[in-house]
Design a protein around this ligand. Structure first.
Ligand SMILES: [Zn+2]
Ligand SMILES: [Zn+2]
Ligand SMILES: [Zn+2]
Ligand SMILES: [Zn+2]
Length: 461
């Protein structure tokens, strides 16, 4: 066997320079010998905190700690390498680089390629994730199986948290081998474009819908408890492995009887908790979509054709402001774009200032009746909103401001849905500002009638 795939180099431990022995793959995606790990940090007494033995590793955190088991695939690869090692060290024959009918090709086809298959879908692994128990799956495959069970499908050991699997670095060694074999034509090129929510098309057909009782906005985090068997069935049927969002998604529309709503939100699943009679799903809204048509497949399944309203494609539609220069020429159009962007930033600034105004420490002494809205909701409210929905976005990102303001302000579901279906960003921000004005005038009206009522009391005595 000639080493035209640099097996020896790929399977050499970067920590000790030898062929990997009992290889383990860390959550940063690098593989080292088990005896090269962990390099405990001298400042730490905790066993789970360690320094990565890979000098060029840039990962800030390493999960799973010392209880990692041998990487099954890489162990097999090193066994093969050891078996053929004497030949490996021979210099390649002059024609070996192009000789695809040689023994080396047969050998690769029969011994190595089967090892590069996902333990779940048995296709060449895509975006390979190695679990702490040492089994390698495609990222989408392991996420899908984590929805069904907390155990590895191969060895039944517990799996890490869903969020860890979602953010874990791919197994660099296996990724590289798969890529090399694909480039050489020995392995089919599998780009894994899932048919639904792929990274190319905004128009999507026959997508199963997830019917939700809530309007969930883009950027909003939400916990979905799923108890009832038919709800669970609908949830499973509507799960979409998505290459566009690199994870599992739901196309969620809220229930508005007798029809479903025409606008919905793609939810990305970021966490799963298994309980005795329920699962709790953590989701975050990503993009909105607009239904074209939908039809009932059976009692619990709705499928729809829809268009994803990606924010970048929407900006083009929102260039209607009064007294703007003529859009005939390119320069005029560009000027118009700049004006709209600046206007959106100004509106976002107004929204943020109002939220800050509501969250101030109230300047009035406790117990005094007043109509001012400064400090109406207070600093405690502001802190809890930031903890729930993330920090306040910058006014330079008006889209983020609009969604963030909508989830922190006390607003009815019908208003949230109105926002979801409003397309241009300027109109959305103006809608949020109208809520703020309503809140302000309601509060002032309500407080002044209370003050008036109180002022009447002593005169009646
Ligand atoms: Zn590392
Ligand atoms: Zn080593
Ligand atoms: Zn797979
Ligand atoms: Zn396993």
């Amino acid at each position: 066997m000639t080493d035209r795939f640099n097996f020896t180099q790929s399977l050499t431990c970067v920590a000790c320079g030898d062929i990997l022995a009992d290889p383990i793959t860390l959550s940063c995606g690098y593989t080292v010998c088990s005896h090269c790990f962990p390099v405990s940090s001298p400042t730490s007494v905790k066993k789970s905190v360690f320094r990565c033995p890979v000098p060029h590793c840039e990962s800030a955190t390493h999960l799973f700690g010392p209880e990692l088991l041998a990487d099954v695939t890489v162990t097999e690869l090193t066994n093969i390498l050891r078996k053929y090692l004497p030949n490996c060290s021979l210099p390649p024959s002059p024609c070996s680089e192009i000789d695809t009918t040689s023994n080396s090709t047969d050998f690769i086809a029969t011994s190595v390629i089967p090892l590069l298959q996902c333990h779940s879908c048995t296709s060449p692994v895509v975006d390979p994730i190695t679990t702490p128990c040492g089994h390698t799956y495609c990222r989408l495959c392991i996420l899908q199986s984590k929805i069904d069970t907390d155990q590895c499908n191969t060895c039944y050991r517990p799996l890490p948290k869903f969020s860890n699997l979602l953010s874990q670095a791919p197994n660099h060694l296996i990724s590289r081998l798969v890529k090399d074999f694909q480039l050489s034509g020995l392995l089919p090129c599998n780009t894994r474009e899932t048919a639904l929510l792929d990274s190319v098309h905004l128009q999507q057909n026959n997508v199963p819908l997830f019917i939700s009782g809530k309007v969930i906005l883009p950027g909003q985090s939400f916990r979905l408890p799923i108890y009832a068997p038919n709800h669970l069935r609908m949830f499973r049927d509507s799960l979409i492995p998505s290459s566009r969002y690199n994870g599992l998604c739901l196309a969620a529309v809220h229930r508005s009887r007798p029809q479903v709503a025409q606008f919905g939100t793609i939810l990305q699943i970021i966490g799963v908790e298994h309980h005795k009679d329920a699962i709790i799903i953590d989701v975050v809204g990503v993009d909105r979509f607009k239904l074209d048509t939908h039809q009932e497949e059976d009692e619990t399944t709705l499928v729809a054709n829809f268009e994803i309203l990606h924010e970048a494609s929407i900006r083009q539609l929102s260039i209607e402001i009064p007294n703007s220069p003529s859009a005939d020429d390119h320069l005029g159009l560009q000027k118009q774009h700049e004006q709209v962007s600046q206007y959106a930033v100004d509106l976002a600034d107004t929204v943020l200032r109002f939220i800050q105004h509501l969250s101030q420490q109230s300047t009035m002494p406790a117990g005094v009746l007043h109509t001012q809205t400064a400090g109406l909701l207070g600093p405690l409210w502001f802190e809890s909103m930031k903890a729930l929905h993330g920090p306040m976005p910058s006014k330079l990102n008006p889209t983020a401001v609009c969604w963030w303001a909508a989830v922190v302000l006390p607003v009815a579901h019908t208003d949230l849905y109105l926002l979801l279906r409003t397309i241009p960003i300027i109109d959305r921000l103006e809608l949020v500002i109208s809520w703020m004005q309503n809140l302000q005038s309601q509060w002032e009206r309500c407080r002044s009638s209370a003050i008036h009522a109180f002022s009447q009391v002593p005169q009646q005595l």
